[in-house]
Design a protein around this ligand. Structure first.
Ligand code: GDD
Ligand code: MN
Length: 421
């Protein structure tokens, strides 16, 4: 580590530009937008993700600086990544820049989320070792030196764990303990190869060697950045250090049910990663979109079936088969259009804003699906009247065939066309 006096930067130089695009950590330190910084490589870059931590940020920066100045002075940086907190945490952090030259503050205004905040911080980092610690003082800073020691001694990943010797949670409620352990159990069932490698897969406090995660497109969801690192990184040896998850002294946790749902989706995505990537790669087929289109279609099936029953069943309105079918199908089409436009093809439709564009897409969707309805009615009548199949089974088979038809034609003629325009 070359000896140099602290690199004093003025405030404007301290604010790294917010990276955008792929969540990929460079193998080499990128020449940052702050020329004076770009030539210096450091041992450790520690990201502190913050959201409404205005009352904690000064304390965490001061405690970490005192600790790291004793161990690796001038060889580390602290990178606060704030998501435009309403309590202006980023502004309070900026006011600390003159007292803490090793501090950098990133204010994100276009993106939100704990996991992506950590990766954006690592993208501007200069350390050979990258780390994350919460900004609310619930992760005891002193554990950091033990984590650093583990990496220096050959581990690729060093995790602060609540579930090894010396670990624990302070006054967590039974519900929070149950949810945390339950989430871990679920992870062991869905993704044992990843979740099973550590005792605390939910930990948000760890260090990782840059070379173990460089040049990989990371794609985390919600809070669980560690899952993504173990799931996609080149992680050999893992060390764990016990710590007691402290009570917050100020502010409150942002964990909601949304993070638990995202955790399950994240597990499923990591689990299917191999298969989905293979299909996408092998057949160059938009498999995710088809899955979403299928799920939307499923919701349409329920709408179609419910209305078809209400209109045509002898015990309800007992309307004619075809008339009932057409009405049920049209309502299902409107349902499907809304969800496909809002979810399946969102990144395309979001570039084609405005009611006239949306109406155009709806008309095209309707036309394509109406052709599908005609096909559906023909197949339904063929199976019901021609082959004597049960009416509902015949309807289901017809819907399945027509769903694929609708997906492919919409993909090629509808959203794709608006995408090109
Ligand atoms: N930039 C940014 N954006 N920071 C965020 C966001 C966000 O959307 N949401 C939360 N944070 C910051 C908080 O400000 C805090 O510094 C840290 O991330 C953790 O958020 P909390 O809301 O306090 O989470 P927790 O205490 O319930 O759980 C934490 O500790 C657990 C055990 O390590 C999280 O790190 C969990 O992921 C972890 O499992
Ligand atoms: Mn917390």
């Amino acid at each position: 580590m070359d000896d140099f006096s602290r690199v004093k930067l003025n405030q404007s130089e301290q604010l790294p530009l917010v990276p955008s695009g792929k969540l990929c950590i460079p193998r080499q330190i990128q020449s940052t937008d702050q020329p004076i910084l770009s030539t210096i490589s450091l041992q450790l870059s520690l990201v502190i993700p913050t959201y409404n931590e205005g009352r904690n940020v000064q304390k965490i920066v001061s405690q970490l600086s005192q600790l790291l100045d004793t161990a690796i002075i001038n060889d580390y940086e602290l990178i606060i990544v704030d998501d435009d907190s309403p309590d202006r945490t980023w502004e309070i952090a900026q006011s600390l820049l003159s007292d803490y030259p090793q501090l950098r503050v990133m204010r994100r205004q276009q993106e939100r989320g704990l996991a992506s905040a950590v990766i954006r911080g690592w993208q501007v980092a200069r350390g050979d070792i990258l780390g994350v610690i919460d900004g609310d003082l619930q992760h005891p800073p002193e554990i950091l030196l033990k984590l650093l020691f583990a990496i220096q001694n050959g581990s690729d990943l060093a995790v602060a764990s609540r579930h090894v010797e010396g670990g624990g949670v302070s006054q967590w409620s039974f519900v929070r303990r149950f949810l945390s352990r339950g989430a871990q159990l679920l992870g062991l069932i869905i993704l044992p190869s990843v979740v099973g490698r550590v005792t605390d897969p939910m930990s948000g406090y760890f260090l990782v060697r840059r070379s173990s995660i460089a040049d990989i497109n990371l794609n985390p969801m919600g809070y669980k950045i560690l899952l993504e690192i173990i799931g996609r990184g080149r992680i050999g040896k893992i060390s764990e250090v016990g710590y007691v998850f402290a009570e917050r002294t100020a502010g409150e946790s942002k964990v909601t049910w949304k993070q638990y749902i995202e955790y399950i989706l994240h597990l499923a995505r990591l689990r299917s990663r191999g298969r989905v990537a293979f299909l996408r790669q092998r057949f160059n087929f938009p498999i995710i979109r088809l899955i979403r289109f299928g799920l939307v279609g499923l919701s349409g099936v329920f709408v179609d079936m419910a209305l078809f029953y209400l209109l045509s069943d002898p015990s309800t309105l007992a309307w004619g088969l075809t008339r009932s079918k057409i009405i049920a199908a049209e309502v299902a089409i409107l349902n499907n259009f809304f969800w496909n436009d809002f979810w399946t093809f969102r990144e395309i439709s979001s570039h084609q804003k405005g009611w006239s564009q949306r109406l155009k897409r709806l008309l095209k969707f309707n036309l394509i699906c109406l052709m599908g309805v005609i096909l559906n009615v023909l197949i339904l009548n063929l199976l019901f009247n021609g082959f004597g199949l049960n009416r509902y089974l015949a309807n289901l088979i017809a819907i399945a065939i027509v769903t694929f038809w609708n997906f492919w034609i919409n993909l090629k003629l509808n959203w794709r066309v608006t995408e090109v325009k």
